[in-house]
Design a protein around this ligand. Structure first.
Ligand code: HEM
Length: 505
């Protein structure tokens, strides 16, 4: 009755007043919250805020626009403010830890749990279950520990040893492909080649399946995983974009990509379960086979189909990209440092003796190659930061960190501290010739403590088989004009994709 009597102008005016009042009220609440956060961390060392509202966001944005990765900015901060510092991105304060005593305490002794940022973004992407409760994103330590103990045996060296043929034959596929491109004229992005190799190896070694990624230029699995990765980064960098109506189509595509990745896993698992029901002999010597057997073929309530799919997505996405980017960075450094390359080659010649197959026993003897790999990960820690949540207030190395804080170990700047690494900007694998000379808790590209990387043996085997087979066969020439820069896409990548001309030796 009342509404019926109101003029449209009056109604519109009233709606505007309500909306404006609501926005002013929310804005005031946000300002109050920011003030509370700024006061909470006011006592901590760290860079000055560029603005009260944005904190250090503008400086970080300016730095990344100039081609810096976050770790480079942290390195500058640490030189001025020390090794436990606070920085703010809007209302989120992050405590960056670069001190080995603090790292040991928070990461290893205390095993501080993972926080909602960034792991919940991985768990569910735009409403679609993505990593779910897989190993990387599970935040409940008890649940995680059960799952980890189920999966641990399949990542031990003696289990992976059973798959040496597979590691070798996947690299053989890459060699076949590269032979066709080894004309000294074609530009080959080795980052892309290593990404595809990484997927092929995980598909076969972990899940006994072939996703045809090596030769298919347009491959739906490759495209879906790249899109899902880009969405994780976008969602973390621009959280408001998650609500932006203009990005609806992108979100729909991401949801479809995530569904596709999980469906691929479902098809693999269902095929194996069906074969077993039909009385066929099914593999129990690959990872999937072992997990299915250990969970009594999904009768364990803690390991049902959706749980297997969480691990399918987790192992793929945590495993292929990291190893591939590390291999690309290692190749870049080898191409840049011919003396190091020659030493690696003569070690391969000595250990593998011209055989076409790399044996498990060879791996331990490729010691100089191990040092090169370690040095690569010091300079290019592919997963560049480890984020944890500190529930209760703690004083570490004399600095009081308030409760309910996000802490982050920044591996990029940690590896460049001259207090821990002599001449840190020089690529020098010899610094790893004597393990004793590395200051404990300053080198951890696979993280440390209970939540360290389950796939580190896997990554080492893949890298060693790869280089032991590639380097004797091919010469790589860096395509001029491209940079040696890295970009932070959540993981570190070579900016220009490690483009090389290839020739047969
Ligand atoms: C050079 C290659 C690799 C690097 C640098 C790397 C690095 C890391 C780091 C730093 C973490 C800790 C992440 C965190 O605290 O949030 C991690 C965890 C993990 N990585 Fe890797 N990784 C590599 C290869 C692999 C491979 C090949 C796989 C699997 C085949 C894998 C699977 C995982 C999983 C499942 C976790 C979570 C472990 C847990 O919390 O129990 N990674 N990795």
């Amino acid at each position: 009755m009342f509404l019926a009597r109101c003029s449209p102008g009056y109604l519109l005016g009233s709606i505007c007043v309500v909306i404006l009042s609501f926005l002013t009220f929310t804005g005031l609440l946000y300002l109050l919250y920011i003030t509370y956060i700024r006061l909470k961390y006011a006592h901590m060392p760290g860079p000055k805020y560029g603005s009260f509202l944005f904190g250090n966001l503008t400086e970080v944005r300016r730095g990344t626009a100039d081609g810096k990765v976050f770790g480079m900015i942290v390195l500058e901060w640490s030189q001025k403010h020390g090794k436990v510092i606070s920085c703010a991105i809007l209302h989120l304060n992050i405590i960056i830890i670069l001190d080995p005593v603090a790292i040991k305490h928070l990461l290893v002794t205390k095993n501080s749990p993972k926080g909602a940022v960034p792991y919940d973004t991985l768990s569910v992407m735009h409403g679609e279950r993505f990593f779910g409760h897989g190993l990387v994103s599970e935040r409940r330590n008890k649940k995680w520990a059960e799952r980890r103990s189920l999966m641990n045996p399949t990542f031990r060296r003696r289990f992976l040893k059973l798959s040496m043929d597979q590691f070798n034959s996947s690299v053989d596929l890459l060699i076949t492909k590269l032979r066709k491109k080894a004309d000294g004229k074609s530009i080959v992005s080795m980052s892309e080649e290593f990404l595809r190799l990484g997927i092929d190896i995980i598909a076969k070694v972990a899940f006994g399946t072939d996703l045809n990624v090596m030769f298919e230029v347009e491959n739906p699995f490759v495209d879906a995983s790249k899109l899902a990765f880009s969405a994780v980064l976008r969602s973390m960098r621009y959280p408001l974009d998650n609500y932006n109506p203009c990005s609806r189509k992108f979100r729909q595509e991401v949801r479809a990509a995530v569904r596709f990745l999980r469906q691929t896993g479902r098809d693999v698992v269902e095929k194996r379960l069906a074969a077993r029901l039909n009385g066929e002999e099914v593999r129990e010597d690959d990872m999937l086979g072992y997990w299915l057997k250990a969970s009594d073929y999904l009768k364990n309530p803690e390991f049902q189909m959706e749980d297997v799919l969480d691990e399918f997505v987790t192992i793929f996405l945590a495993g292929y990209e990291t190893t591939a980017n590390a291999a690309a960075a290692m190749l870049m450094e080898l191409v840049r440092n011919q003396d190091i390359l020659n030493r690696v080659r003569s070690e391969i010649q000595h250990v593998v003796c011209g055989r076409t197959e790399v044996k498990f026993e060879d791996l331990a003897n490729l010691t100089y190659m191990s040092q090169v790999f370690k040095e690569t990960l010091r300079v290019y820690p592919i997963a560049p930061s480890l984020t944890r949540h500190l529930k209760k207030e703690e004083t570490v190395v004399g600095v009081r960190i308030p409760g309910n804080s996000y802490i982050s170990v920044d591996l990029y700047s940690l590896g460049r501290q001259d207090e821990y690494f002599e001449d840190p900007h020089t690529f020098n694998p010899d610094r790893f010739s004597n393990a004793e000379s590395i200051v404990p808790y300053t080198y951890m590209p696979f993280s440390l403590g209970p939540r360290n990387c389950i796939g580190q043996n896997f990554a080492q085997i893949e890298t060693k088989v790869l280089f032991a087979k590639l380097l004797p066969l091919f010469d790589f020439t860096w395509v001029p004009g491209q940079s040696y820069d890295i970009v932070d896409m959540g993981t570190l990548h070579l900016k220009d994709g490690c483009q090389n001309y290839i020739t047969l030796r």
